[in-house]
Design a binder for this molecule. Sequence first.
Ligand SMILES: [Zn+2]
Length: 556
Amino acid sequence: MKRRPTIRSEHALLWLLAVLLLPIPSFAQEKEKEEEAPPERRTVLPAPDRGENEGDGPFERLIIRGVTLIDGTGAPPRGPVDIIIEGDKIASIQGVGTPGVPINEDRRPGDATFELDATGMYVMPGIVDLHAHAGGVPKAPEAEYMYKLWLAHGITTVRGVGLGGFEWTLSEKERSAKNEIVAPHIVNYQRPGSGPDWDGDTNTPEGAREWVRYAAASGVDGLKLGSGRPEIMEALLDEANKLGLGSTAHLGQSGVAQMNAIDAARLGLTGMTHFYGLFESLYDGYDIQPWPVEMNYNDEQMRFGQVARQWKLIHPPGSDEWNALLDEFLELDFYLNPTMTIYSAGRDVMRARNADWHKKHTLPSLQDFYDPSRLDHGSYWYNWTTWDEVAWKKFYQVWMQFLNDYKNRGGKVTVGSDSGYIYQTFGFGTILELELLQEAGFHPLEVIRAATMHGAEEIFQAAGKPIEYGVIRSGLRADLLIVEENPLANMKVLYGTGAVRLNDETGKPERVGGVRYTVKDGIIYDAKQLLRDVEEMVDKQRRERAQKEAEITTSG
Ligand SMILES: [Zn+2]
């Protein structure tokens, strides 16, 4: 049943607080704000139709020339190769030489209907970001902003959890699949109870099953769950697995006492997102987190400050219990989608607040949303202290060790960003996740595998189907990113703002890298142009704000 309470000003704050109680408050809270907005701005605006000059292709026979290939499986880079793409599929990859020796032009594939000279550049599969939301009013009202930032960072598939509302996402997914818009592919996960035609009750096991059948019939790809009651989770997951729908869960603290990560994994959850429920599966001496007595979950500084204090409540790394949990996750084929990026401001808020990209690429309205506020989700810097940052730094050490141990056992860790909160701007936040995986102990090839092949595998897992993208291999979808610098040498070259390097000839620092081209469905996008489009959107909003302020000053 959908609840649509009427908003009255005296109730607005109470309602906002009530919304915060939901296991996944973020989008719900956004939705709440949408209801107060004028009708035309109630939701994030769908992307405009793709312009004539936006993207080249697809082509009958596109040849990308002279690249070094990082295929996504963990194989070492090799090159130079020419990649042949027919329509939206990779047709073949042909080695055309050996380093240090000129390429024999006669032995290269021919008959291209379009050639992209990428000599000396690196190519890898497009990134799969498994935790995405498409902004909303007021912070980022136009989907075009998110989509272009994602594509500009080589992200060719996002799993919306949810990306936007039920119908909105179905429609945007279809438009993207047809390349009517400039956007990554969209995988559409939705929350139980959502959907315009649903008026059942997901608080009963039978109702929960009915909703899953309704969602599947509507074309939804999977379930985004919270930490629900065990019998409801069981019904949802059992039905989803029967129908081949994937599932992921943010095992929110309000329900985690009865549904932690191992509980959910045993019920058939495909994978978890964030860390909620993980430490709770390893407590030593407690079963519920020993919160301070003044704890109030609706106080976000307490909520986000206290979670980090779990780092020393658990059976330590290497203990029997630690290893047993890793082993059981592995046995259950359970995916870990940590989204370390979205909590990283907790360990160094100044860095996150002043990141290089905010000036040109963060919308002023998004920046406002990030700033300390008791009402905006994730803006919990009411009085953020050294104590809080120390706790988060310790927390990351333990968390990263768990992820790395899981990877070393053969477990699958995937990439998700949850950008649009906590000072993490879309696209940039995803690349930060790659850097954090490297910090956790992943070799860059393992990082890239997490971001590509394993991400695709998480999506196809529940349906029991082979992946259709995520690896550069013939027959798979032609989704890839091309960058002038070697990402294995420095992951920072994937940031839209590039990496800073001292040019010894000029004696001046300069920016290198940034994805050069993103190819989606065989369509080539100039990633730098996508970033310029975003800069223009940011500039435009800034001008409009200045104008409004000027008007207020003159009229006041
Ligand atoms: Zn999220």
